[in-house]
Design a protein around this ligand. Sequence first.
Ligand code: FAD
Length: 349
Amino acid sequence: MKYENLIIGSGLFGLSIARELLNKGEKVCIIDRYSDPNESSVNALGRIDPILGGAGHGNETKPIEVAKKSLEAYKKFISLNDQFKESIEFEIKPTIHFYNEENHYQAINELIEIIDNDRIFFSIEKKDYSKKIHFLPNKNFKYHSIFNGTIFINSKKFRSTLFEECNNKGLMSITDEIKGIERLNEGIKLVSKNKEYLTERLIVAAGPWSNQILGDLSDINIFPSKGQIIKLFDQNNSFTEFHLHGPCSVVKKRDGLIWVAATVEDMGFDKKITSEAAKELIQKATLLYDGIDKFPIHSQTACLRPSILDDLPAITQISNDQIYLASGGGGWGIMMSIMVGELMTELFK
Ligand SMILES: Cc1cc2nc3c(=O)[nH]c(=O)nc-3n(C[C@H](O)[C@H](O)[C@H](O)COP(=O)(O)OP(=O)(O)OC[C@H]3O[C@@H](n4cnc5c(N)ncnc54)[C@H](O)[C@@H]3O)c2cc1C
């Protein structure tokens, strides 16, 4: 049997492409090594925001090219229908952004000016500590601003909703781990431990593992960046409705838990959770919210961002014989994923 389209990886990148192809009436088979994957598409914070940089990454704003591309993705989330939004726990939360250098406000304001000149989606307002919000710690940051426009979604539900939608449109899915590929005259051969698959078109969307599958065929540097998240119970339902953004991101999501995100670690493909990361995250969160260390821990997760140097995803053809790559969303892959299917299928024209 020869498949028309084979996608490796049923994370959000793979599913976004599957959905687009199925909508065009093509036959699609997706292969993942797990029947119920638990990688970054399932564990991400789910922040959709083209303006503010990654919490704790040292950058106040996203690079301009990333911001412009992300705005397109942001608009797609905004225009989802109400039912879909509800299924992915879509919400827009005001952010309190903490900083020490006055020019950071300027940088954010300027980026809003460039990508959203009419302030349709975003705004930022400078605050000072004379108008103190009760939970704000006193001395840790010189300034804070209220930033409006940040979307949060539940990435796990986004993935399962997409998967269900694709299934209803005839997606074929296989659980198997692909070890490598071979190019033959009659098509592209995928090899797993016990099986072989032949396809006309191959799309590798295996997150940070994509290069392991492509081997020498790809010279695009996609590398794993480990991120850990701590979730806390809000037993008295007393936590703020603001998203707190500074050395980390702290937000109470619609699952009722307070998410503290995320570490950025260079640990290769190691996905173990560590007590050091838990300590680091709680210490950083305490700078943003007095007494957060008293909230009991619910759980901790660790997963790997498929990262790439310029932070823009690589949606590209790898070779003339119909091998494609879709990976490298870095810390913005949930946001970018909503555009990936369209960007990929444009390459097939
Ligand atoms: C802590 C953390 C927080 C984040 N927060 C945000 C956020 O707030 N906003 C945002 O936009 N992004 C965020 N991200 C980034 C986002 O999660 C990722 O960029 C995105 O999920 C990547 O999706 P993907 O489909 O490319 O990869 P993955 O989700 O990693 O999916 C790849 C799939 O390929 C499968 N696979 C791998 N190798 C093989 C193989 N050999 N054979 C078969 N299957 C294979 C895996 O099992 C997996 O299911 C965060 C990431 C982390 C780690």
